[in-house]
Design a protein around this ligand. Sequence first.
Ligand code: HEC
Ligand code: HEC
Ligand code: HEC
Ligand code: HEC
Length: 121
Amino acid sequence: MTSQRNLKAAVCIMIVLLITGIVCYASFTSPVPEHPLRLMFQNKAGKVLFTHLSHTDDYSLECLDCHHNIEDDETYNCSECHEETGDEDMPSRADAFHAQCKGCHEDSGAGPVECNSCHAL
Ligand code: HEC
Ligand code: HEC
Ligand code: HEC
Ligand code: HEC
């Protein structure tokens, strides 16, 4: 009888320890972010700080609003297609950024549209 009670107690302790372990693991291991918090674009007009996380979470935008290609192609990198110099069919990287960033800010009446409110650093 005693040994059965001891066994029960031991199993209880094991379960408690297991749960404690899982809770600690979950609360102290920060998950790997699947998309960037913020990005800094270096260029000759002055650095541009882009708050990627605010744009998705606070301004409620969908990935596809910007990554207009991800249905056919998994890349999140604009320069994969929009190179330094563009042509009629394919805007250059800078033209693509200006059209998309400024375009949406103008359309939604929110967000910077002046040169130095983006090129602020
Ligand atoms: C407001 C526009 C916008 C939205 C919305 C957006 N992204 Fe992005 N994202 C960008 C831009 C711009 C870049 C930079 C691409 C580059 O440098 O060529 C980027 C970069 C990335 C990168 C690559 C980061 C790196 O450093 O290489 C990943 C991954 C990514 N986005 C995932 C996502 C996911 C997932 C979502 C939806 C939850 C999302 N993005 C929504 C604009 C956006
Ligand atoms: C896999 C290739 C690919 C990637 C990656 C890509 N684009 Fe494009 N983009 C295209 C092609 C092709 C066009 C021209 C045809 C069209 O309008 O869809 C285009 C057109 C555009 C246009 C002009 C749209 C219009 O209606 O005139 C903008 C703005 C743009 N891209 C922004 C971006 C931005 C910003 C990123 C990164 C967040 C990006 N693109 C990533 C292929 C890509
Ligand atoms: C599809 C719409 C959309 C696109 C694309 C977009 N933005 Fe925005 N942006 C917004 C909105 C909405 C706000 C919020 C304005 C507010 O609430 O005051 C904003 C705010 C900002 C702000 C000021 C607040 C902050 O979070 O820093 C900056 C800077 C900014 N955007 C830069 C960019 C850049 C750079 C790009 C292109 C890489 C971009 N945005 C693309 C919609 C967009
Ligand atoms: C909504 C934000 C935003 C506004 C407004 C804006 N830019 Fe930009 N600009 C960017 C981003 C983002 C890039 C791309 C940086 C990169 O390629 O990584 C860029 C790139 C550039 C480049 C570098 C181009 C190249 O070929 O290397 C120049 C020059 C520039 N912008 C000038 C301007 C001027 C002039 C204005 C005002 C008429 C302006 N920008 C308005 C966000 C903005």
